[in-house]
Design a protein around this ligand. Structure first.
Ligand code: PGA
Length: 245
């Protein structure tokens, strides 16, 4: 089932999403979380850091897996998703460094298969994902699963859509955006026990409405979420504006 929660603006949506993470951690302090990067989750991470500092919300027993990463890209590159997650959230909370798992954008081409298989093995060893948060791309991608990605796909190297690279161009400021990414597959994502999709801003209104109305199809990866038993869409009013009711 897909539930929808709507906050007034991006900050309110971030607080709603932070509430989901907080409940997951209070229910099970050793929760396994999968977390995204991008502009959308910034208010969520700000709020989680605030709750950690002011209300004692603890990540000490949790595990965090990053959803995706550019490849090839050095882990210390300013645009790496590893760096983003550390700077926005993990450097400011009490998660043990050993419990932060990230796909290695610096891996050699010949090592990718092993890196991706090891990621899946680490997920399985952790007991699978309790709560997975993610955004939605303007083309309906989930993580770096671009349109046409297989619904049972596992963690692997993928080619990025031109739209994805074009949107990232400003962040890379003139440097070439990587042509590939490493991403949890749709099969990996859909095995999470609970999924939260976060989308804010008028630019996402059309793709959110489409994903919630179209028949589930690999051509629109986000539409496949409708086949999952526990998905919550957390939107702001602008992103929710075109949903058919
Ligand atoms: P955004 O990215 O949060 O930067 O819009 C979301 C996504 O492409 O998955």
């Amino acid at each position: 089932m897909n539930r929808i929660q709507i906050g007034a603006d991006a900050d309110a949506a971030g607080r709603l999403a932070a509430g989901v993470v907080e409940r997951a951690l209070r229910e099970r302090p050793a929760a396994v979380l999968a977390l995204p990067t991008g502009a959308t989750p910034r208010p969520l991470y700000r709020e989680l850091v605030r709750r950690h500092r002011e209300q004692g919300l603890s990540f000490a027993a949790a595990a965090v897996f990053g959803l995706d990463e550019y490849w090839p890209l050095a882990p210390e590159h300013p645009q790496s998703f590893r760096r983003f997650l550390r700077a926005e959230l993990l450097d400011h909370v009490d998660l043990a460094a050993a419990r932060f798992h990230m796909l290695d954008g610096g891996a050699a081409a010949g090592a990718l298969e092993r890196v991706c298989a090891a990621y899946e093995a680490a997920l399985a060893a952790a007991g699978g994902i309790d709560t997975l948060l993610l955004g939605i791309g303007l083309n309906g991608h989930l993580g770096f699963n671009e349109p046409g990605a297989p619904r049972r796909g596992r963690t692997r190297v993928v080619e990025l859509a031109e739209l994805t690279r074009a949107r990232a161009a400003a962040d890379f400021g003139g440097e070439e955006v990587p042509r590939h990414g490493l991403t949890m597959g749709l099969g990996t994502i859909l095995e999470a026990r609970r999924i939260v999709v976060l989308a804010t801003g008028a630019g996402k209104a059309d793709i959110v409405a489409l994903a919630l109305a179209a028949a589930p199809d690999e051509a629109l990866p986000a539409s496949l979420l409708r086949e999952h038993a526990a998905v919550e869409w957390i939107l702001d009013r602008a992103a929710a504006a075109r949903i058919e009711r």
